[in-house]
Write a protein that binds this ligand. Structure first.
Ligand code: GDP
Ligand code: MN
Length: 342
């Protein structure tokens, strides 16, 4: 079904307009985009989508980050796509590079092992830097210090729905901390010892574990094992104050020192998800069921009940939500506190 409706959101006082409304109250928020110069085409595509579905009305600033200097071509092209402020930042080497205390021989063996197992990005050292950066460092970047909420954007993603409200305002107003659209299972070989590490952390720092947490989303046996569920972090609308909190900082440092970002291939998605599930009360996690979104082969397309009046140009039957690889049923069960019927 092609969902069309609620064009009213584009009209001010009955007059059609595409002008940004300067009277709109804005939150302290930004659109964060980590990218390489070589990804310019995909960057422009994602930007166009988010600008036309949402940001042309709000003009939230964009922050682009890269471990290398952005080229003039990249910066010039990006600036043409928005009326909002745009910042370009270089990532400090100490936030990106493999730390000196990592045993490179051991890391190299891990890359070889995962490559032999045909694990995606298994042999990539830079992918591991990226995952560690997104887990523990992006929110420390100088350009992001002034902001609290962020919306993470990646190259070549699609947004299917016209947003008829401001998700940042929603996050603030409803006291939400972490928002997602797609939840799925991780490749187990990339996180072999991650759960053992998390269990160690829970025993050492019980004070950081939230009472009404979302453990049942990430573990199906009360915490004995990790069920591989995670929020797909290429889309995130979240509160950076959480990542900057003592609880998360301690969590990240604990994980980082185990070396699993390099000795395995721990992703920022499971790391963020496990942290959100354990350190936050589950009521602070929000499923943006109304935001249609596609990254690579998976998409979430809101049903008419889910779309909250946002008009979407996607097909419900392409939605990943009922796919067997989706963790959404587990998430919903966890939220409603129902035990899953075996
Ligand atoms: P996937 O989504 O897991 O398949 O991985 P991507 O290739 O999309 O990478 C995730 C994000 O990190 C994207 O925004 C990429 O542009 C970015 N990224 C990945 N590797 C690098 C890198 O080496 N340098 C920079 N600057 N960005 C990177
Ligand atoms: Mn991607």
């Amino acid at each position: 079904l092609l969902h069309v409706g609620f064009r009213q959101s584009y009209f001010e006082n009955g007059t059609p307009t595409s002008e940004p409304d300067s009277t709109i109250l804005k939150e302290n928020a930004t659109l964060v985009f980590l990218a390489r110069n070589s990804e310019l085409k995909g960057v422009i595509s994602s930007m166009r989508g988010l600008e036309s579905r949402f940001n042309h009305r709000y003009r939230y600033p964009w922050v682009f980050l890269n471990d290398e200097e952005f080229t003039n071509e990249f910066k010039g092209s990006v600036l043409l796509e928005t009326d909002a402020p745009v910042h370009f930042g270089l990532i400090p080497k100490e936030h990106w590079d493999q730390p000196a205390w990592i045993d490179e021989e051991k890391a190299q063996k891990s890359r070889q092992r995962l490559k032999e197992q045909n694990i995606i990005y298994g042999d990539s050292a830079s992918y591991r830097n990226m995952c560690r950066f997104n887990s523990g460092y992006f929110f420390h970047h100088p350009l992001l210090q002034q902001f609290r909420y962020y919306w993470r954007v990646e190259p070549d993603v699609k947004y299917f729905c016209d947003m008829n409200y401001d998700p940042f305002q929603f996050m603030k107003g409803r006291n939400q901390t972490y928002g997602f659209t797609i939840a799925l299972y991780e490749t187990p070989q990339t996180v072999t010892t991650l759960w053992d590490t998390v269990r160690e952390f829970m025993i050492k720092y019980p004070q950081y574990i939230a009472n009404d947490n979302a453990l049942d989303f990430i573990s199906s046996d009360g915490g004995k094992t990790y069920n591989m569920c995670h929020f797909w972090s290429n889309f995130e609308i979240a509160d950076m104050d959480f990542w900057r909190s003592e609880a998360y900082q301690t969590f990240f440092q604990f994980l980082d020192l185990k070396g699993g970002f390099y000795y395995e291939r721990w992703g920022d998605a499971p790391v963020h998800s496990i942290a959100a599930a354990l350190l936050l009360p589950k009521r602070n996690i929000h499923y943006f069921q109304d935001i249609g979104y596609q990254h690579s082969i998976y998409q979430h397309c809101p049903s008419s009940e889910e779309s909250m009046g946002n008009s979407c140009s996607c097909h419900r039957w392409n939605s990943f939500d009922h796919h067997k690889q989706s963790c959404l049923p587990l998430y919903k069960n966890m939220k409603s506190n129902n035990k899953i019927i075996p």
